[in-house]
Ligand binder design. Structure first.
Ligand SMILES: *[C@@H]1O[C@H](CO)[C@@H](O)[C@H](O)[C@H]1NC(C)=O
Ligand SMILES: *[C@@H]1O[C@H](CO)[C@@H](O)[C@H](O)[C@H]1NC(C)=O
Ligand SMILES: *[C@@H]1O[C@H](CO)[C@@H](O)[C@H](O)[C@H]1NC(C)=O
Ligand SMILES: *[C@@H]1O[C@H](CO)[C@@H](O)[C@H](O)[C@H]1NC(C)=O
Ligand SMILES: *[C@@H]1O[C@H](CO)[C@@H](O)[C@H](O)[C@H]1NC(C)=O
Ligand SMILES: *[C@@H]1O[C@H](CO)[C@@H](O)[C@H](O)[C@H]1NC(C)=O
Ligand SMILES: *[C@@H]1O[C@H](CO)[C@@H](O)[C@H](O)[C@H]1NC(C)=O
Ligand SMILES: *[C@@H]1O[C@H](CO)[C@@H](O)[C@H](O)[C@H]1NC(C)=O
Ligand SMILES: *[C@@H]1O[C@H](CO)[C@@H](O)[C@H](O)[C@H]1NC(C)=O
Ligand SMILES: *[C@@H]1O[C@H](CO)[C@@H](O)[C@H](O)[C@H]1NC(C)=O
Ligand SMILES: *[C@@H]1O[C@H](CO)[C@@H](O)[C@H](O)[C@H]1NC(C)=O
Ligand SMILES: [Cu+2]
Length: 613
């Protein structure tokens, strides 16, 4: 239908409608016909059941959290502008759940971010929660459990968002291949969580295995007595990446590890890094890729080696002393038999303690020319977040500026919208730490005790905020770990990395304000600092935390709020816990969790389509 015939029909329609109706219809029409990517946007519906099943991803059987019986869960494949609707049914029987959509900014739907304690109440056993959100940008993303340590139990999967029809990406490739990387323990997530939070602290230890696309291989002769382990179980046969000689592949790689930083390489093949967290990277060639928990990358790989054999795709732990065997997949040149092992031993990766080369790779990641979005050249506010390991009343905790986060019973977004001022501490969270000029990041503090806290950082809407993450010594002398920090609801600009203590005078002068990469997850290297800038332009309450499962579980995170007054009335489906126990309205079966205004608009839209036909 062309524009003028549309206007003709519209004109007729408006004459028949009262004024407010006309206004609403006009908004709908503008929304539908003027916003380009929405034109051919689709809605993808999923009905997922989350439940425990006995699984043997590394040949050793244990309980894993699955989606419709699989871990990783199904890959969501869609286009920018598409809407995703996931009806998530909690069939865990004895455990709550929530699922976070990592890297999706949730514009206009902050209550669907899936972060229990921050944006929603937990989904109780037997209940169904409807997540509905729009894919705001193309790229590689993922989803995972965000309640307790459920990601560790296997609740995760990929989201692959392609560019809208007619849009061309700035690099050429023949096909996509996706892998999601993970680390895996045989002890249950419950044993881990209780061990970590006991006065008699029990560390989770290093993972037993590394998984590529949910598959790894444990040496069954090392299995504990009574453990069920079967090396020939099909569930633990390696993941196969099949390629055709001469073709170029876009390999999308996501890491959901609970602890490990990984180094990924494909034997005998270079890789060109082209995407990071949904943002185009100025391409550069590497032999191997360091990837931290919460990050995603796309690399281009050309199948240009001897096609008569297969190659190893290998992941190795870096930044922690390695005890976990290499995780392996097979890079299979068609038509070779997929399971024929490559003739040489797989790479054991770079030295685990080669911090410099990882730091150097972080520095090398810049925004692609022609796709740079320059950051605001100045910021309105700068906060410094000191990362430390502490004790509180004898318990092991992680803290930020000496405060270890305890998520309140009433999730922040809900407390803010419902004016529940007793739900969390209303005084502002600390913007720096005590005596930071004299603080020695290279030694554990004289007093290692920290405090619990629930305060948040509140930023004026659309202000520009700098965050300087400062690493320090752990409680154990001469030890500092890598912490990958993930921000919900935003991409930030990575202004700089440094080793040692941040100098507030000289270091900002070295910030990259020209072509910084935008990301949602960034490493903080041992004894180093990382500086970020973001615009507080997404109304809501957003978690910013270390993506290591046990670290966030032990308090290593903060919460940012901006423009919460602009968030419309929350759907009642997110309520029902803490101070909102009685506010939850029953949802009719098959009912929607959308705000009524939205339903009204969608109904009008349907009406409009009927008129037009
Ligand atoms: C598994 O958990 C038990 C009980 O907490 C503990 O004794 C054991 O050391 C753990 N195993 C490993 C490999 O960490
Ligand atoms: C598995 O462990 C046993 C016992 O330590 C060892 O003898 C064997 O070589 C290991 N197998 C592999 C494939 O590493
Ligand atoms: C191991 O798995 C294979 C394939 O599923 C099966 O044939 C075999 O019986 C299993 N072995 C044991 C000891 O359970
Ligand atoms: C990988 O890149 C290095 C450095 O650019 C180059 O020397 C090497 O030949 C390349 N290897 C392959 C297999 O292309
Ligand atoms: C890494 O550790 C090894 C010993 O495990 C040590 O010899 C080496 O000097 C360390 N390298 C760096 C860069 O710290
Ligand atoms: C640092 O990174 C750049 C870009 O990837 C690379 O060319 C260079 O070889 C690296 N240097 C070291 C010492 O690793
Ligand atoms: C740290 O806390 C513990 C337990 O609460 C207490 O016994 C100890 O005195 C505190 N240490 C310092 C230096 O205040
Ligand atoms: C919360 O407070 C704001 C500002 O005082 C007010 O506009 C809003 O109606 C209140 N919301 C509720 C649910 O009470
Ligand atoms: C943390 O708090 C303790 C008191 O609880 C204090 O002695 C210590 O200096 C604080 N450390 C920092 C880094 O602020
Ligand atoms: C946010 O601030 C920028 C720069 O001042 C401005 O261009 C933009 O329109 C503002 N956005 C909103 C939603 O106010
Ligand atoms: C920590 O490292 C420093 C410098 O390398 C060294 O002098 C010191 O002995 C180490 N301390 C411990 C407890 O290992
Ligand atoms: Cu951490």
């Amino acid at each position: 239908m062309n524009q003028s015939s549309l206007q003709h029909k519209m004109g007729w329609l408006f004459k028949c409608l009262p004024n407010p109706m006309t206004f609403l219809l006009l908004s709908v029409i503008i929304f539908i016909f003027v916003t380009p990517p929405e034109v051919d946007a689709k809605t993808h519906h999923y009905k997922w059941a989350v439940r425990y099943e006995f699984k043997s991803p590394d040949c050793y059987e244990k309980l894993a959290i699955t989606i419709d019986g699989t871990t990783p869960g199904p890959t969501i494949m869609a286009r920018q502008g598409d809407t995703i609707v996931v009806e998530l049914k909690n069939e865990l029987q004895m455990e709550n759940v929530a699922v976070h959509w990592h890297g999706i900014r949730m514009f206009g739907t902050p209550w669907n971010d899936g972060t229990e304690g921050v944006t929603q109440c937990p989904i109780v056993p037997g209940d169904t929660f409807v997540y509905r959100f729009t894919l705001d940008k193309p790229g590689t993303f993922f989803y995972h459990g965000h309640y307790g340590m459920q990601r560790s139990a296997g609740l995760y999967g990929l989201i692959q968002v392609s560019v809208p029809n007619g849009v061309v990406e700035p690099f050429l490739y023949d096909e996509d291949r996706s892998i999601i990387l993970n680390d895996w323990w045989h002890n249950s997530t419950y044993e881990q969580a209780i061990g970590l939070s006991s006065l008699n602290f029990r560390w989770v230890n290093e993972p037993e295995s590394l998984l590529i696309q949910g598959r790894g291989r444990f040496n069954c002769s090392l299995a504990e007595f009574g453990g069920k382990c079967n090396q020939t179980n099909a569930e633990c046969s390696p993941h196969i990446i099949t390629v055709v000689p001469g073709k170029t592949y876009r390999l999308r790689i996501a890491s959901v590890t609970s602890l490990s930083a990984l180094n990924f390489e494909i034997e005998g093949h270079n890789m060109t890094i082209v995407e990071a967290d949904g943002n185009y990277v100025e391409p550069f060639v590497v032999k191997n890729l360091n990837i931290y928990s919460g990050e995603t990358y796309s690399v281009l790989v050309k199948a240009d080696q001897d096609p008569s054999r297969n190659y190893w795709a290998a992941i190795n732990v870096v930044s922690r002393k390695r005890t976990t065997p290499t995780g392996l997949a097979i890079f299979n040149y068609s038509p070779n038999p997929p399971l024929t092992p490559p003739p040489i031993a797989p790479s054991t990766g770079p030295p685990w303690n080669d911090t410099f080369s990882r730091f150097n790779q972080s520095l090398a990641i810049k925004a692609r020319k022609g796709y740079t979005v320059p950051p605001p050249q100045t910021s309105d506010k700068s906060i410094t977040l000191l990362n430390t390991q502490n004790k509180i009343d004898g318990y092991n905790r992680w803290a930020v500026n000496n405060v270890s986060l305890l998520l309140p019973a009433t999730p922040y977004l809900i407390a803010l919208k419902w004016n529940k001022t007793n739900a969390f501490n209303q005084s502002p969270a600390p913007e720096t730490y005590d005596d930071y000029q004299n603080y020695d990041i290279h030694n554990p503090a004289a007093n290692i005790n920290a405090t619990y806290g629930s305060s948040i950082y509140r930023f004026p809407f659309n202000s520009t905020v700098d965050v300087v993450l400062q690493n320090a010594n752990m409680m154990k002398p001469n030890n500092s770990e890598t912490h990958p920090w993930h921000l919900h609801g935003h991409d930030f600009w990575v202004l700089g990395y440094g080793l040692g203590k941040f100098d507030p005078v000289s270091d900002p002068m070295k910030y990259n304000l020209v072509d910084p990469i935008r990301k949602n997850t960034v490493p903080l290297h041992p004894y180093g600092w990382t500086a970020l800038r973001f615009r507080a332009d997404n109304p809501g309450a957003w978690a910013f935390h270390c993506h290591i499962e046990s670290h966030f579980f032990l308090g290593m995170g903060v919460v940012f709020e901006e423009g919460v007054e602009m968030v419309p009335r929350l759907p009642t489906s997110v309520l029902g816990c803490g101070d909102t126990k009685r506010l939850r309205m029953p949802v009719k079966s098959g009912g929607s969790s959308l705000p009524s205004g939205f339903i009204y608009l969608s109904n009008l839209f349907v009406l409009l389509l009927l008129f037009l036909n």
